[in-house]
Design a protein. Structure first.
Length: 443
């Protein structure tokens, strides 16, 4: 869903800024109402989480890959304006540092994933949740369904944007930018998300909200008036043990994805999702997974013991996610509309002039989420070398993004000046929860 440079006309790409830039301005103003000592680090964590899960590419129908975003979860907890800030900064850093999404396409990518996705997902969630209690199971289902709708609508927007390029910009009957027409782009984006990435987005959002309901309900109840409406009751979280909930959800999504892949692959295991899995060097994959496992067994416990208590859980969790992120490198193929000029040449036997001209307009320092050293990205570098580069790039991205979001939000809070802080309703909490909140505030 990260549109690279060259697939859209520069006029079209920059033109979407007419929507995106005012959206950023309004978000910067509106998000101040939720900024306090708890929500600033929380939004920083959410933004880093969004960045991290976007590194996980999964195989999807059509022989391509896609990823979740996490924008709806941010919108549910902190409001859609906060989601615009968090996801947009993640997308900008991905483009500037890792070449994931074009520089000229930043406005468009932020419109799709940073504005359309969280707003559609959030309001679908509100509609489905109705006036149910904040901690009810209905809201978990509403979060999953709402996020599914949000990312699918965002994928539709990408399909339209790519598909109109041949209609608007051509030379002698040949497209100048995206070679995909509407008849190809829209079905490809909808299929790859409705039966792939959207399911993962729903899983991440539903389980994320269920976790917050059970372990940190204050984040939902303290912003009730702003995010959900002050008349909404608090309620009680579900009694099902978390491990049972997570296991059932993961198994369910895995089964659905396998069935979708089996059907779209023509009933062949070697062509799940329409991809050519026989092209995968499974020996290299096995070595990579072994190296990843060893790194996880060493680095995760080390992080747990070395990190300060105030960031121990969060820091260890993000390190663990970054270490296992290279699993997404196994899937063959590439995301629809994100192929290189070589991929387009192979598919269409020519490269559109504009795509050729603008695809190399900017070279990111950690392009492809890899380190700029021969050991990691050399022509003959084995997969496990790439995996280590991928992991370190992810860690760098998490640190840079977390710092950038925290700094920006702190600045916005200070710019608020003497504006009165939003009134929070007192909430009944247990002694344990109260102590946790006091400890959090003191950090």
């Amino acid at each position: 869903m990260h549109i690279p440079d060259g697939y859209l006309s520069p006029v079209f790409s920059l033109g979407t800024g007419v929507i995106t830039v005012p959206g950023w301005a309004i978000a910067a103003q509106r998000v101040r109402s939720v900024l306090n000592n708890r929500t600033i680090p929380l939004l920083s964590i959410f933004a880093a989480f969004s960045f991290t899960i976007m590194m996980f590419n999964i195989p999807v129908p059509g022989g391509t890959t896609a990823h979740a975003v996490g924008g709806t979860l941010i919108a549910i907890v902190l409001g859609p304006w906060a989601a615009i800030i968090g996801v947009s900064i993640a997308l900008i850093i991905q483009a500037l540092f890792f070449g994931d999404g074009g520089i000229l396409a930043i406005f468009t990518n932020c419109l799709n994933m940073g504005i359309i996705l969280p707003f559609v997902g959030y309001f679908a969630y509100r509609l489905i949740a109705g006036r149910s209690p904040l901690l009810s199971t209905r809201r978990v289902w509403a979060a999953g369904i709402g996020s599914y709708i949000g990312i699918t609508v965002a994928a539709l927007a990408v399909g339209v944007e790519l598909g109109v390029q041949p209609l608007l910009f051509s030379d002698g009957g040949r497209p100048l930018y995206s070679p995909y027409g509407l008849e190809a782009a829209i079905p490809a984006m909808l299929l790859s998300h409705a039966f792939g990435a959207s399911l993962v987005e729903a899983l991440v959002t539903a389980l994320g909200l269920a976790y917050i309901q059970r372990n940190h309900p204050y984040y939902l109840t303290s912003l009730r008036a702003i995010v959900a409406g002050k008349t909404v009751e608090e309620g009680e979280p579900a009694k099902m043990p978390q491990w049972q909930l997570y296991t059932a959800a993961l198994v369910g999504i895995a089964v659905i994805l396998f069935i979708a892949g089996f059907i779209t692959g023509g009933g062949s295991i070697n062509h799940l999702f329409g991809a050519d899995w026989s092209s995968v060097n499974w020996t290299d994959v096995g070595v990579m997974l072994l190296i990843v496992l060893i790194l996880a067994l060493v680095m995760v416990p080390l992080a747990w013991f070395l990190l300060p208590r105030s960031i121990r859980k969060v820091g260890t969790a993000f390190l663990a996610i970054a270490i296992i992120a290279p699993v997404g490198l196994i899937a063959p193929g590439f995301a629809f509309g994100e192929g290189s000029t070589q991929d387009v040449q192979q598919a269409f036997h020519y490269v559109p002039k504009g795509l050729q001209e603008f695809s190399g307009i900017f070279s990111a320092p950690f392009s492809g989420y890899n380190l700029p050293l021969p050991f990691f990205n050399g022509d003959n570098a084995p997969l496990w070398h790439q995996a280590i580069g991928y992991e370190f790039s992810g860690i760098v991205g998490i640190l840079v993004l977390g710092g950038a979001v925290f700094g920006l939000l702190t600045l916005l809070k200070r710019l608020r000046g003497n504006e009165p802080a939003p009134v929070r309703e007192p909430q009944p909490v247990t002694t344990t929860e109260h102590n946790k909140e006091l400890a959090f505030d003191s950090k």
